[in-house]
Design a protein around this ligand. Structure first.
Ligand SMILES: Nc1ncnc2c1ncn2[C@@H]1O[C@H](COP(=O)(O)OP(=O)(O)OP(=O)(O)O)[C@@H](O)[C@H]1O
Length: 131
């Protein structure tokens, strides 16, 4: 069965949105197979966001994701990678549809509540990195 890596980012944890996010995925019919609260090292953050290392916001991105605990999860189900991305909404919350997680709870692109793998290959890489 397909798996994806989902992470509630430090802003989502501080705003006490873990339960809301877990609930949405459960109600959609996906299965939570592993989860943990953790603080990410700079090394793991730089590895996770490696594709953005040449972007002007890279330093800010690493500072933010290591700034407090995150809630890392593995979810399983049919087409879970693509479905999770739809449930999350667009990267920039200003364009995210109401009803999506970012569309309902986030306001800025730097602090957008949640991460989800963008392909089955990324999911495999990210699950190995975090679990
Ligand atoms: N212009 C920007 N300024 C600040 N942060 C940004 C910007 N663009 C992207 N980011 C941050 O980098 C993260 C990774 O960007 P990416 O394009 O991979 O989006 P994503 O796949 O939707 O997000 P994520 O990987 O967190 O799920 C975004 O979630 C966002 O927090």
């Amino acid at each position: 069965m397909e798996k994806t890596f989902i992470m509630v980012k430090p802003d989502g944890v501080k705003r006490q949105l873990i339960g809301e996010i877990v609930s949405r995925f459960e109600k959609r019919g996906f299965l939570l197979t592993d989860a943990k609260m953790m603080t990410i090292s700079r090394e793991t953050a730089e590895n996770h966001y490696g594709e953005h290392s040449d972007k002007p916001f890279f330093g800010e991105l690493v500072d933010f994701i290591t700034s407090g605990p995150v809630f890392a999860m593995i979810w399983e189900g049919e087409n879970v990678v693509e479905n999770a991305r739809t449930m999350m909404g667009t990267t920039n919350p200003k364009d995210a549809a109401p009803g999506s997680i970012r569309g309902d709870y986030a306001v800025n692109v730097g602090q957008n509540i949640i991460h989800g793998s963008d392909s089955t290959e990324s999911a495999e890489r990210e699950i190995a990195l975090f679990f």
